[in-house]
Design a protein around this ligand. Structure first.
Ligand SMILES: [Zn+2]
Length: 346
């Protein structure tokens, strides 16, 4: 029996040893090995995090070179002129929130699409030399792609009494513009909005009293409201409807015939000025001489009233892109003449 007891004891010892190996030694080994695995894991994660940080830094740097995009999130609190506010309410049922989403999405897409590969040193030098040739005092390199668009023929839309826009025409890339009269919420097509920003920067560097938009994109219904209200007033003065319309057409564009509906035209004035005070000012002269460098033309020049059907408007500038703006400026043609010239010669 003692012998059997001894054997059992031995077996028990063996079992205990096995259990010890299974439940104590092996976990101990794991415990020793795992931390070093975990350490490796941490290293990998850190490297990934570093990569993310680098990417973020690049994005920030990129963001600095791209002009800040104005996204207005609040409700439309613009204290526009009484006429326009009323007209917007009646004519444009869009809520401010809807508009904001539309603008933001539209613009982000365009920014993504227009991202260009990194500029090589030579390209940068060429751009710099070109800018110097234009005599810019401000650094406008970030605006270059807007002032001289790749799609150089994409902004030649002609709007006048013979070429009206449809009631439903509305540009798809309307963007809130930065430099506008206090309380306004003016919008322009993206490229025109950015080019205007560059123009205002450079104008400030050249001693202009801060130029600002006093009117930009104007929807069909706003124009209709303005026109109809004025016709109504004239009829109250005793004119027939036909007479009133004829008189009003001399001053105000008929709905659909206003270039402001294109989102490519903007009225700019120096700080605190009124339309009738602008002609002959330093700002008006500077604008007439330099607007082309930013892709704009004086749309209704002094000596072209018979062709454009509009009196001289030194404040009304129209975006066409620099390539065509320079040619229009150099030749002295108005847009109607230039488009006819293109059709016959190119
Ligand atoms: Zn205008």
């Amino acid at each position: 029996m003692n012998y059997i007891c001894a054997l059992k004891n031995t077996l028990n010892i063996l079992k205990t040893t096995r259990n010890l190996v299974l439940f104590a030694v092996i976990p101990l080994l794991f415990a020793l090995i795992l931390p070093s695995c975990a350490e490796n894991g941490t290293t990998v994660t850190e490297t990934e995090t570093e990569t993310e940080i680098i990417t973020e830094t690049e994005t920030e740097a990129e963001a600095e070179t791209i002009p800040a995009i104005e996204t207005e999130t609040g409700p439309d609190t613009a204290a526009e002129t009484e006429e326009e506010t009323t007209a917007d309410v009646t004519a444009e049922p869009e809520t401010a929130a809807e508009t904001t989403v539309e603008e933001t999405t539209g613009e982000q897409t365009t920014e993504a699409e227009t991202t260009t590969p990194p500029v090589t040193e030579t390209e940068a030098e060429t751009t710099k030399a070109y800018e110097n040739a234009l005599g810019f005092k401000a650094d406008l390199s970030a605006y270059e792609k807007y002032m001289e668009p790749e799609d150089k023929d994409g902004y030649l839309l002609l709007v006048n009494p013979d070429h009206p826009l449809s009631k439903d025409y509305k540009p798809s890339d309307l963007t809130y513009i930065k430099d506008k009269r206090e309380g306004r919420n003016d919008r322009l097509c993206l490229y025109a909005a950015k080019a205007l920003e560059a123009l205002v920067k450079e104008a400030s560097e050249n001693g202009c009293k801060k130029l600002a938009s006093v009117s930009a994109y104007r929807p069909y219904n706003t124009q209709k409201y303005i026109f109809d209200t004025d016709v109504e007033k004239l009829m109250q003065q005793g004119y027939s409807k036909e007479e009133a319309i004829a008189i009003e057409r001399k001053d105000t564009a008929y709905p659909g015939e206003s270039e402001h509906q294109s989102g490519l035209a903007v009225d700019v004035l120096g700080d605190g000025m009124r339309l009738y005070e602008f002609e002959g000012t330093y700002e008006a002269d500077w604008l007439a001489e330099n607007a082309w460098k930013f892709g704009f033309i004086i749309r209704y020049p002094k000596d072209k009233e018979e062709i454009t059907t509009y009196v001289y408007e030194p404040w009304h500038i129209r975006y066409v892109g620099r390539y065509h703006a320079k040619r229009i400026y150099d030749t002295g043609m108005c847009l109607e003449e230039y488009i006819e010239y293109l059709a016959n010669n190119e």
